[in-house]
Design a protein around this ligand. Structure first.
Ligand SMILES: Cc1cc2nc3c(=O)[nH]c(=O)nc-3n(C[C@H](O)[C@H](O)[C@H](O)COP(=O)(O)O)c2cc1C
Ligand code: SF4
Ligand code: FES
Length: 610
């Protein structure tokens, strides 16, 4: 791929996919036929500010081509670049950054088969082999081994995406070879997915706060949402005013649920106070940490609550535009959210005058395309802006210079949804839930060796044992992974660890995004560790040396000791420690800083190679 435009031409289908997004081309420079030329057409290209303002349509443009055709040809990329005035080499760099895109021809249907932790423990490798033997060359389906698909409660999982107009998708989970082959070859006749509430074993329990509506309301109906208390929080927000909302959120003690546990009220206040405008709100719904699926269940089961919560966050922080960055592998959440946004717009709950209060706010969904790193807050900004999803150095922090260089508040889905009960029950009542330093309810994603996997809501302070008992932990527990691949393992004799930020910290581990994955003693630990190392090597954006090189060295060392213990493993374990320290101390972002956590905990806590 060159910096310059080549001679490749888009097919009519590729052109139609791009034009459906951007509208018809305005000049022959942009690819209009000569006989369509306007009087003003003198082969001009958009330049300067006008071109920069369209750069953020690059990722949606790549999606448009990939959705329609199944891959992105040089002609299609060239055409998109002309339309957006983006150098082809840069667009190529972006297209190749994402696992869901291909710049090489491939079948129109891609079947993503998860081989990550929960699925591996549930037999993903046999499943994959079975599927690959049925869907070989000539089957019209490309089989792609995939990191966690966010369906861990139904492991092993597979997701079929069939390109076309419209693109079609089907999920098989728990997947058998038969079900996955059917999903891929005939997505329209695949079995319908179970309701989101099936992922909530506590559904309908009156003690629930965050999950109270999942399985109770019709997720496609705004009226039903309102009949179940929807939009009372936004009305209260308008009564309180922006400063009053921030005060409530601050007093509630809410901290971020995306993994970093930063106080939400402080973040909102810092954004609201910035003199530069516009301010933006970004909801991080990228949810790619292996083992995490809580945000998906919230978005599928109660989508209007996220729209309401984003509106409140925008109002409090002075933003009039919100972006919802949604994981590309979540087609059902996408459909539910698109429907929710359309209904809210039609009923004056989004738009120029929300609830007749003179406040303008709208939300745009941006789809990710298969890159874990885009969940890092600044990588996500770059992704929306049409650049490679590489994290930025901080400072400046997002509250000062975030999306498009403007003050931005970015929050996780679960964090935002917590704002609704804070406003409806009041900060003191909310702060009384949980412990003094970890307030409120918390969602946990339980999977692996339990009888009732799914999302659980408990007040902070319940112990790991309480949670696992609720989920029906099976016998012969060998280890529990807390916080996902970026988290750490604990032993079966440590189940009294309180599930709070301070409790897990004191125990030398982490809550992370709320992953609790149980493994029995039939799961080979070295294989799990290899899978984690492979994940980080694959997902490293490659921007900084400690992480780019360290994740490779880590995986190599784990390969060498996969079958070794004791003295035979000692040299490589010493090397792993050295590499791990370098990654932790010198990486730019959280990916490299945490890439050694789980391996270290398995060595030190579980005695993995003794
Ligand atoms: C590699 C990496 C991946 C991340 N992925 C996510 C994610 O998928 N969802 C999320 O909410 N936060 C994710 N985060 C954390 C975000 O950077 C950020 O802290 C969070 O979105 C802030 O929202 P909160 O304050 O509401 O938690 C990730 C961080 C790193 C370093
Ligand atoms: S730590 Fe890894 S993922 Fe983060 S910026 Fe560096 S190379 Fe990229
Ligand atoms: S869906 Fe397979 S590990 Fe999450």
């Amino acid at each position: 791929m060159d910096l310059h435009f080549g001679d490749s031409k888009p097919t009519d289908e590729e052109k139609a996919a791009v034009d459906a997004l951007l509208g018809p081309p305005e000049s022959s420079w942009e690819g209009a036929a000569r006989d369509e030329m306007r009087a003003a057409d003198l082969r001009w290209a958009r330049g300067g500010r006008e071109a920069r303002e369209r750069r953020d349509l690059l990722l949606p443009g790549l999606h448009a081509i990939n959705d329609r055709i199944g891959w992105i040809s040089e002609g299609a990329l060239d055409y998109l670049c002309r339309r957006l005035t983006v150098p082809p080499a840069e667009a190529y760099g972006v297209a190749t950054f994402y696992a869901m895109f291909s710049v090489k021809p491939r079948p129109a249907t891609v079947l993503h088969v998860c081989t990550d932790l929960a699925c591996a423990a549930a037999g993903a490798s046999d499943l994959c082999a079975g599927i690959e033997s049925r869907l070989g060359l000539g089957s019209g389906v490309g089989v792609q081994r995939s990191p966690c698909l966010g369906l861990c409660e139904r492991a092993p999982a597979a997701l079929a995406i069939k390109a076309g107009d419209p693109v079609r998708t089907a999920v098989a989970a728990p997947a058998t070879v038969e079900a996955a082959v059917l999903a891929a070859s005939a997505p329209d006749s695949a079995e319908e997915e179970p309701a989101a509430a099936m992922a909530v074993p506590q559904a309908g329990d009156p003690s629930l706060t965050l999950l109270s509506r999942v399985g109770v309301v019709d997720p496609s109906s705004l009226d039903d949402y309102r009949a179940h208390g929807g939009y009372t929080a936004l009305r209260r927000a308008f009564q309180l005013g922006p400063a009053g909302v921030i005060r409530e959120v601050t007093d509630s003690g809410l901290v971020g649920r995306g993994g970093a546990a930063f106080p939400t009220g402080r973040k909102w206040q810092a954004t609201a106070a910035q003199p530069d405008h516009p301010h933006y709100l970004v909801c991080n719904a990228d949810e790619s940490e292996p083992g995490t699926f809580k945000d998906r269940v919230l978005m599928e089961g109660d989508p209007f609550s996220l729209v309401e919560a984003m509106t409140i966050a925008g109002y409090a922080t002075g933003a009039h535009r919100g972006y919802l960055y949604l994981r590309g592998e979540y087609p059902r959440a996408l459909a539910r959210l698109e429907n929710a946004l359309a209904q809210c717009r039609a009923r004056g709950l989004l738009g120029d005058d929300v609830l007749g209060q003179g406040y303008a706010f709208d939300i745009e969904i941006r789809r990710g395309a298969g890159a874990y790193i885009c969940g890092e807050e600044t990588a996500l900004f770059n992704s929306i802006e049409g650049y490679r999803g590489e994290p930025r150095s901080k400072p400046p922090f997002p509250v000062e210079k975030g999306l498009f260089g403007k003050p931005t508040v970015e929050n996780n889905v679960e964090t935002l949804v917590n704002v609704l009960p804070i406003l409806t029950m009041g900060a003191p009542a909310y702060a009384a839930i949980g412990t003094a330093r970890s307030t409120g309810p918390k969602l946990f994603c339980v999977s692996g060796s339990v009888d009732r996997p799914g999302i659980y809501e408990l007040p902070f302070g319940a112990t790991l044992g309480d949670l696992l008992t609720l989920a029906g932990v099976r016998d012969r527990l060998r280890a529990v992974l807390l916080g996902g691949a970026a988290g750490g393992f604990v032993r079966p004799d440590e189940l009294d660890i309180p599930l709070t930020f301070e409790g897990t910290r004191e125990a030398g581990t982490t809550l992370g995004s709320g992953v609790v994955m149980a493994f029995d003693d039939t799961v080979p630990l070295p294989r799990l560790l290899l899978r984690i190392a492979e994940f980080f090597r694959d997902e490293s954006c490659g921007q900084c040396v400690p992480c780019r090189v360290g994740t490779v060295r880590q995986e190599e060392a784990l390969h060498r000791i996969a079958e070794r213990t004791g003295a035979a493993a000692a040299g490589d374990i010493a090397l792993l420690r050295e590499v791990g320290r370098a990654m932790r101390d010198a990486s730019i972002c959280g990916l490299g800083q945490t890439a050694w956590n789980a391996v270290e905990s398995a060595i030190d806590r579980l005695g993995a190679y003794e």
